[in-house]
Design a protein around this ligand. Structure first.
Ligand code: PRT
Ligand code: MG
Length: 220
C-alpha cells in the first residue's frame, strides 16, 4: 500500500456534492469526471487521488483496501451490511448530510396497500434493496415476494411485474410522473464517509487531518 490516500467516489450526485466538502478541506479534484474518461483523478494534493466506481461498489473498494476511504449512501451501506450478515467492518466516522433522500414503499394509486397489509395478503415487491425490504416487511409481519431489480423500479407496478416497489425518493417527481404514490417511509438516507479499518491505523497521520477537515466542512 502506498503512503498516499485513495478516495472512492461515484459519478453523479455523490461526486458533485462531495466536491465542496473536499474543497473546504483543501482538496481540489483536478479533472471533471463528466468530460474525462479517466477512472483515477489527480487532486491538488500529491498524496490524495480519487477513484471513480459505481455507487454500490464503493463499500467493496473500501472494505478490501482498493480505496482507503469513500463516500456511500446509507442505502448502499445498509443493504450490503445486511447481505454480509450484519456488518461489513467499515469505519463510518461521518454523516456527510449530502445526497439526501428517503427509502420508501410506493404503489400504483389504485392499489390499496393498507388493505393488503391489513388482510395479510402476499404482496409482490420489486426492488434493488432486497435485504432492507426483507427486514422491513418481516418486522411489520407483512408477507412479501421480493423481486430483485437493478434499476427503473418505477416500471414494475406499471407493467404488473409487482404490486409495490421499495426505492429512493427525493423530490417525488419520478413517482408523480409515473402515477405512483408513496405509501410508507422506511428510512432517511444520506451519504456517509467510510474508512478502511487497516488504513485507519496504518495511514492515521494522513487520514485523521482529512477526516477532521471534512467534519469541520460538514458542520460549517
Ligand atoms: O446510477 P448507478 O446505477 O450507477 O448507481 P446509483 O443509481 O446507485 O447511483 P446514483 O448516483 O444515482 O445514486 C447514488 C446515491 O445517491 C444513492 O445510493 C443514494 O444514497 C443517493 N440518492 C439521493 C439518490 C437519490 N437521492 C435519488 N433520488 N439515489 C437515487 N435517486 C433516484 C431514485 O432511485 C429514483 O429513481 O432518483 C429517483 C427519485 O428522485 P425524485 O427526485 O424524482 O424523487
Ligand atoms: Mg442512478
Amino acid at each position: 500500500m502506498s503512503a498516499g490516500l485513495t478516495l472512492a467516489l461515484s459519478k453523479g450526485r455523490i461526486f458533485e456534492e462531495t466536491l465542496p466538502l473536499l474543497r473546504a478541506a483543501g482538496v481540489e479534484v483536478l479533472e471533471d469526471p463528466e468530460t474525462s474518461r479517466k477512472l483515477i483523478l489527480p487532486t491538488n494534493r500529491d498524496g490524495v487521488r480519487v477513484v471513480l466506481v459505481r455507487a454500490s461498489d464503493v463499500p467493496t473498494y473500501v472494505q478490501y483496501g482498493g480505496a482507503d476511504l469513500g463516500v456511500a449512501g446509507r442505502d448502499v451501506l445498509h443493504e450490503q451490511a445486511l447481505a454480509q450478515g450484519g456488518s461489513h467492518g467499515l469505519y463510518q466516522p461521518l454523516d456527510l448530510k449530502i445526497a439526501r433522500c428517503r427509502m420508501s414503499v410506493a404503489t400504483r394509486a389504485d392499489f390499496d396497500y393498507a388493505a393488503a397489509v391489513q388482510q395479510g395478503s402476499r404482496i409482490r415487491v420489486a426492488t434493488k434493496y432486497t435485504e432492507i425490504a426483507r427486514q422491513h416487511f418481516a418486522a411489520k409481519g407483512v408477507h412479501v415476494d421480493l423481486i430483485k431489480l437493478y434499476g427503473s423500479m418505477e416500471l414494475a407496478p406499471l407493467t404488473g411485474l409487482a404490486d409495490a416497489i421499495v426505492d429512493l425518493v427525493s423530490t417525488g417527481g419520478t413517482l408523480r410522473a409515473n402515477k405512483l404514490v408513496e405509501v410508507e417511509q422506511i428510512m432517511d438516507i444520506s451519504s456517509r464517509l467510510v474508512v478502511n479499518q487497516a488504513a485507519l491505523k496504518l495511514k492515521r497521520e494522513a487520514l485523521r487531518p482529512l477526516i477532521d477537515a471534512i467534519a469541520k466542512a460538514v458542520s460549517a
